[in-house]
Design a protein around this ligand. Structure first.
Ligand SMILES: Cc1ncc(C[n+]2csc(CCOP(=O)(O)OP(=O)(O)O)c2C)c(N)n1
Length: 897
């Protein structure tokens, strides 16, 4: 194998022609630089050349832009920007040409055209936008840049403000460096322009009508953002819990902390929220989008004027993490759109884990993923705060004009190592020697303003001194404003102070149930259903009339209807969720003759009555990670919506494992964030092979502690009905993981009666309905295996075996389970039966509860498949043999006690 060529360096932006060459053809398109057919005959080939030159600058000007504050490399040779490339000679420089679509001048000399193109496209901002297919968006951006001519129109007052904010950013980092020696803070130094940038993003959004700005970001510069933008005080950030403090939370490091506050701007107060963040880079992106969507929905902000997502990225993370692509892919879809996010890249040109740019990515720019959604990218030199201000104005105005995503790539550097314990000279010696000699952005800008006569050096120094004094005194640099946010749009989370073992009534009066049943089985306009779907509807009508037992699909739809009826909202998303993977839900009826857009669909749950809550059901894009993260974000921002994410099959949830581990299981313990998100994960070993069988119950149970989540395995439609209702009706918000049925959905014994819905509640344990009081054996289990055991027990004529179902595995219902067990003879054999292999399922994670609840001196025996690497066999015959063995073991095998 050839080892990589370590000797030559290839830059990110410039310098290595060979490196850039590989991208040149793609960016240009095959036609640029080639004679255009038919144009050779043109009366003035030079005029054609000028027009093509203008076009080339629009595509390629960015390559010659002065973006890197460290100026490590010469701009690459870009022949397409050379007039000679189009046959133009020096003699043409003084000739006057038509400029075609160039903004600002219709006819002028070639030399002026060149100068205008360079000013527009090759200064401190390099713009990529020609990949956008929509002409209006392209022309809008052209107009901005071609008219501005690199004149960023910054007033003296704004110049002072920019310097002030750069001073705040730099002084804070220096202060922390000396005050909290050796503590990791992932300093912003080298990228201090981020602080004025964010300031301007927020104020510009507010001018357009923003009332809330939700920010997501990783570690880099987070403490600076928390203090200088969010106004969090250093005391609160750096305080450690004292012995005796009541806080049950495990907490998180400072550079993952979130915060929210209100700031006062000329148009009124704006609510700012910085999302809590785990270490996993980029995963907060879809969480922020979900949180923003919840806030937009709450306000009825259908075009995203009032709530704006601002998402920050690192350059390596942006190009490296797949969740970015998933999140961008969802960003314009109906169920997930936010009407444009403002993306900011803190591009310090280094990825920490790779020291050579050729190892970081396969695209020229770290932002190239933006092109998949045709988002424009403004690359800006972070050492020019005025260019940054112009980029912000353009980005925010673009977002508000077109409701689309836009990226600002803040090209900066990292003054120190990755963190405060890292030595960058070890791996980036040349870059870091250059950085050591490079004055800070604040120093450079202060000098510029002194030269321009905006202020004196003494004024600039005073800004630093004042900032340092304020930091020494403590308190917030950016105190919160008074606003009515909490009263109007804030959420009172204090009302969710219930306990997981609280029982609440979830039954619905029979009359109301009947009314809701009528609403969800009535189609208000003529619709021609597929015959199989028509049968579902006809059956539901019979269920309402009591002529058929209630099945899972009807019970679930009724649960949603009952919640909507009392004003709660319901939001269900997942792949094929509207119909249901197993053809069971049918929350949306499709007309066989009409397109969707021509009222070809009917959603009964939207038509209960005028004062009902909102019902949203989304056939999600084919993503698990970003979609689940989005729904987590939604649920943490809205406790009055039942937010359900459904996996097509339970095992696909492991594509979203980061969300489960980092947010769902631990978010409350780390950050105190409550979340009532519900996961539905189809689970069951039904002979379909190793995939599509297991939702990995064992992993969820292993995550359970401190009442963090709920894990339930309902086996009856009524159980599902009460469980879904309980999730909202109880004054408690905890994530709920439901292992949902597959084959049971159509299993005649797994049905309920209407009375089960109009009475009762969710039963965490279901005792044996046949109640064999003198049982010699008590078999406990969870899920669909109960039905296999029951059928085998009957087939074998075993009337001394009791079968007990544990329907909630966490929090484990010890008191009730214990009571049920102790009603059976103490001499009985106690068995735990499961269909999953021994190393999977509930066995190892639940054993301590089982034995703890067993009668004095008794312990549970295991009946189930032996340990296995895969969740299930791929051969049906083997599956059946294994099931037979497990039924034998559970029902008849003798165990030593
Ligand atoms: C998913 C994930 N993988 C690895 C890491 C470890 N890590 C922390 S920061 C970092 C480098 C990130 O580089 P970049 O995005 O350029 O941001 P920078 O630190 O340079 O600001 C890595 C690899 C992580 N936090 N998350």
């Amino acid at each position: 194998m050839n080892s990589p060529d370590w000797t030559s360096t290839s830059p990110l932006y410039a310098g290595n022609a060979a490196y850039l060459e590989q991208f040149a053809d793609d960016a240009l398109g095959p036609w640029l630089g080639q004679p255009l057919p038919g144009l050779d005959d043109c009366s003035d080939a030079a005029q054609v050349g000028v027009l093509r030159l203008i076009n080339s600058y629009r595509y390629m000007g960015v390559r010659q832009a002065d973006l890197d504050p460290l100026r490590r490399f010469e701009p690459p040779p870009t022949p397409e920007l050379d007039p000679a490339h189009y046959g133009l000679t020096e003699a043409d420089l003084g000739r006057t040409f038509e400029t075609g679509s160039l903004f600002g001048v219709e006819r002028t000399t070639l030399s002026e055209i060149l100068q205008r193109l360079k000013s527009a496209y090759c200064g401190h901002i390099g713009i990529e936008y020609m990949h956008i297919t929509d002409v209006a968006r392209k022309r809008w951006l052209q107009e901005r840049f071609e008219l501005a001519q690199g004149n960023f129109g910054v007033s003296p007052a704004l110049k002072q403000q920019l310097l002030q904010r750069l001073t705040d950013a730099e002084t804070l980092e220096k202060f922390l460096h000396t005050r909290y020696v050796g503590q990791k803070r992932f300093s912003l130094e080298g990228g201090e322009s981020l602080i004025p940038l964010l300031d301007l993003v927020i104020s510009r959004c507010a001018r357009h009508g923003a009332k809330e700005v939700v920010v997501g970001m990783a570690h880099r510069g987070r403490i600076n953002v928390l203090v200088n933008i969010m106004g969090r005080s250093l005391e609160s950030l750096y305080s450690e819990p004292q012995p005796g403090d009541a806080a049950p939370l495990s907490g998180d490091v400072k550079y993952h902390q979130g915060f929210s506050t209100d700031v006062m701007l000329p148009n009124g107060p704006v609510h700012l929220a910085l999302a809590f963040n785990p270490s996993h880079l980029e995963i907060v992106h879809p969480v922020v989008r979900g949180s923003v969507r919840a806030r937009q929905d709450r306000r009825g902000d259908v075009l995203g004027y009032e709530v704006v997502p601002v998402i920050l990225h690192g350059d390596a993370a942006l190009s490296g993490q797949g969740v970015v692509m998933e999140s961008l892919n969802m960003s314009q879809t109906r169920g997930f759109r936010n009407h444009g996010a403002i993306h900011i890249v803190i591009n310090n040109q280094i990825g920490f884990t790779t020291s050579d740019p050729r190892d970081v990515r396969s695209t020229l720019y770290c932002t190239d993923v933006a092109k998949m959604v045709e988002a424009p990218v403004l690359h800006v030199n972070a050492d020019d705060p005025e260019a940054v201000a112009f980029a912000v104005r353009t980005a925010v105005d673009f977002r508000y004009t077109f409701h689309k995503n836009i990226f600002i790539d803040l090209v900066c550097y990292r003054r120190h190592g990755h963190n405060e314990q890292d030595e960058p000279l070890a791996t980036q010696p040349l870059m870091y020697r250059r950085i050591q000699a490079h004055p800070s952005t604040r120093t450079l800008y202060a000098q510029q303003l002194v030269n321009e006569g905006v202020l004196t050096q003494a004024d600039a120094d005073t800004l630093v001194d004042r900032c340092r004094e304020r930091l020494e005194q403590g308190g917030s640099l950016n105190p919160p404003a008074q606003s009515d946010f909490s009263r109007t749009f804030g959420i009172d989370w204090a009302r969710f102070n219930g306990q997981p073992d609280d029982e609440v009534p979830t039954a619905i009066a029979a009359g109301r149930l009947d009314f809701l049943g009528e609403r969800i089985t009535t189609l208000q306009h003529e619709i021609e259903l597929h015959s199989r779907v028509q049968k579902v509807l006809d059956d539901r009508r019979k269920m309402r009339a009591g002529e058929l037992p209630v099945d899972w699909g009807y019970a679930e739809n009724l649960a949603y209807a009952s919640l909507l009826d009392t004003g709660y909202n319901v939001r269900v998303s997942g792949q094929d969720s509207a119909r249901g993977t197993f053809f069971h839900r049918h929350a949306v009826w499709h007309d066989q003759k009409r397109e969707r857009r021509q009222s070809g669909v009917y959603i009964p749950l939207e038509h209960l009555h005028a004062r009902q809550g909102n019902f949203t059901i989304i056939d999600s894009l084919l993503s698990e990670e970003a979609v689940l993260a989005f729904e987590y974000g939604y649920a943490t921002a809205d406790p009055d919506t039942l937010v359900v994410w459904e996996a097509q099959f339970g095992d696909f949830a492991n594509g979203a494992q980061v969300v489960i581990d980092q947010f769902i299981a631990s978010g409350e313990a780390k950050w105190g964030r409550l979340c009532g998100l519900t996961l539905m994960l189809p689970h069951g070993l039904e002979g379909q092979g190793p995939e599509h069988s297991s939702a990995r119950l064992e992993r969820f149970l292993q995550l359970c502690a401190q009442d963090n989540i709920q894990v339930c395995v309902p086996t009856l439609p009524a159980q599902m009905f009460h469980l879904l209702r309980r999730q909202l009706v109880r004054p408690l918000r905890k994530p709920l993981v439901i292992l949902t049925p597959k084959g049971l959905l159509r299993y005649p014994a797994s049905t309920s009666s209407l009375a089960d819905l109009s009475g009762g509640c969710f039963q965490t344990v279901i005792d044996d309905p046949r109640a064999p009081v003198q049982a010699k054996r008590v078999v406990a289990c969870s899920g669909r295996v109960w039905f296999d055991l029951d059928a085998a027990r009957q087939a074998r004529g075993l009337d001394d075996v009791a079968l007990v179902r544990v329907e909630q595995l966490y929090p484990f219902p010890e008191a009730l389970f214990s009571k049920v067990l102790n009603a059976y003879p103490q001499a009985a054999t106690f068995v735990w039966a499961q269909e999953e292999p021994m190393n999977q399922g509930a066995w190892f994670q639940t054993l301590h509860h089982l034995n703890h609840c067993a009668p004095e001196g008794r312990r549970f025996h295991y009946a189930g498949r032996p340990p296995a690497a895969a969740p299930a066999s791929g051969h049906l015959s083997r599956h059946r043999a294994e099931l037979d063995a497990l039924l034998n073991d559970a029902l008849e095998t003798s165990y030593e006690s």
